[in-house]
Write a protein that binds this ligand. Structure first.
Ligand SMILES: [Zn+2]
Length: 455
């Protein structure tokens, strides 16, 4: 009797174990997973009713069906409904706006995504997800108006443009060029107005700039900056490399740079210095001078530049230099500044205030301060002997910032004076010319302000 009882309780226990084991098996098996499908939509909360909405639905156990519904103030319509014969892990739907949407007056609509997975959970019904997206409707493109601009731009030179970009949901605005450079624009004077200096790199044979404004619903407007394009020829100079030069300056520089360590051939040393080291030094300069403030600028004025008193011009901006050794061309470079020479260790005094953003040694450029004058405009002073300023200093117009010298890749004591706009070297001649500055900078700003004030 006792034995039978214990046997039957053992049976109950075994049954229990089977039930629990089965339940655990179901609970942990993929077939019975309890995770609802994941729904994602690439959206900014706005829809222009033109570009399709991108919806992705995913589930580990696969999807059984999904439905996409649009809810407006006067209808609720199923846009897509699909039931899968064979289980699918994920589905991407490009949701086109319904035709009725074009006439729709709603400012806001709702997109509902319902998805059911192929899990056996929920008494074989699967797990379902319902996700709602509220979208603001914005069908209007931003409105762009050019307010004032320089009349022309010369190859290697600069120009200024001021424009208005109007949109309730403006997302970004910038200026795109034909050479893949995007100029950053800065808010100017009053809400909705923007300003930017533009630069035409000497290495690009053509120039065009287009203002682009995009709102949060991805409506895009474009307008070309109306600039008259003027080509300019730059000097091509052939420079013979002498053994004296290789054994002197180049041998000295080769000891200094990591790039030339272990290289013994003087021609190879020269090529590395003129190409690799130069590229590295210029990359740093371009990085430092590409920054533009995003704060509103209410005014911009700049004085004619001439940082070295009683100086002679010893090399021009934009010279394309071809270097040859024993009659054979071995390397080339562009001279991206203006070389000015006066007495040895002459005082360098920029005519414009600004912030010092770099004041260190930079390879071929030697001791090199860079000053930020705002609006993406920077000035650079190469080959200095001594520096009187440090990174982070603010300087006043006329401050004695450094002395000329021959640090870096310089034969004699001189100043390499560079002007950059958003990382692009431009012709110093324009910024040293009172008439050019009046016509292209000061008058453009003045007339833009007058137009803006008239409303
Ligand atoms: Zn130079």
């Amino acid at each position: 009797m006792r034995r039978e009882k214990s046997r039957s309780s053992l049976g109950v226990l075994l049954l229990f174990a089977i039930i629990i084991g089965g339940a655990l098996y179901i609970y942990n098996s993929k077939m019975f997973e309890r995770d609802i499908p994941t729904v994602t939509m690439n959206n900014s909360g706005y829809w222009n009713l033109k570009n399709p909405l991108d919806i992705s639905i995913e589930d580990a156990s696969g999807l059984k069906s999904y439905k996409i519904i649009i809810k407006t103030s006067d209808e609720e319509r199923v846009l897509y409904h699909e039931q899968f014969m064979s289980v699918q892990q994920s589905v991407h739907v490009k949701v086109e706006p319904p035709k009725s949407a074009y006439a729709m007056k709603d400012k806001e609509i709702t997109i509902v995504v319902e998805a059911v997975d192929a899990s056996k959970w929920n008494f074989l019904n699967g797990n379902s997800a319902v996700v709602e997206y509220k979208l603001w409707i914005d069908k209007k493109r931003p409105h762009l108006t050019t307010i004032a601009n320089s009349y022309k731009i010369k190859k290697g030179g600069a120009a200024l443009v001021i424009f208005k970009a109007d949109d309730d949901n403006l997302k970004d605005v910038y200026i795109q060029t034909n050479f893949a450079k995007k100029f950053i624009v800065e808010p100017f004077y009053k809400e909705g107005y923007y300003i930017s200096l533009l630069a035409w790199p000497i290495t690009k044979s053509n120039f065009s700039a287009t203002i682009i404004a995009r709102d949060k619903a991805n409506n895009i407007s474009k307008t070309k900056v109306p600039l008259y394009i003027k080509d300019k020829k730059y000097r091509l100079s052939n420079i013979k490399i002498s053994d004296k030069f290789l054994k002197g300056k180049i041998a000295d520089l080769a000891e200094e740079f990591s790039e030339t360590q272990g290289v013994t051939d003087p021609i190879e040393q020269f090529k590395i210095i003129n190409e690799d080291v130069r590229a590295k030094n210029e990359k740093l300069i371009h990085e430092i001078t590409s920054k533009v403030s995003d704060e509103m600028i209410s005014d911009f004025s700049i004085n004619k530049m001439y940082p070295l008193k009683n100086a002679a011009i010893v090399a021009h901006f934009g010279d394309h230099r071809i270097y040859s050794y024993k009659g054979k061309a071995i390397s080339e470079s562009y001279h991206l500044g203006l070389d000015m020479a006066s007495n040895a260790m002459a005082k360098i005094k920029p005519q414009n205030s600004g912030d010092v953003v770099f004041a260190q040694y930079n390879g071929l450029y030697g001791n090199m301060p860079i000053i930020n004058h705002g609006l993406g405009l920077y000035t650079l002073y190469g080959h200095c002997s001594t520096l009187n300023i440090s990174n982070g200093d603010s300087i006043k117009a006329g401050a004695h910032i450094a002395n000329t010298g021959k640090s870096g890749y310089a034969m004699g004591d001189h100043l390499h004076f560079g002007i950059l706009i958003q990382g692009i070297e431009v012709r110093p001649a324009e910024w040293m010319d009172k008439t050019w500055m009046k016509l292209n900078i000061n008058d453009v700003i003045k007339s833009a302000k007058e137009i803006i004030d008239r409303g």
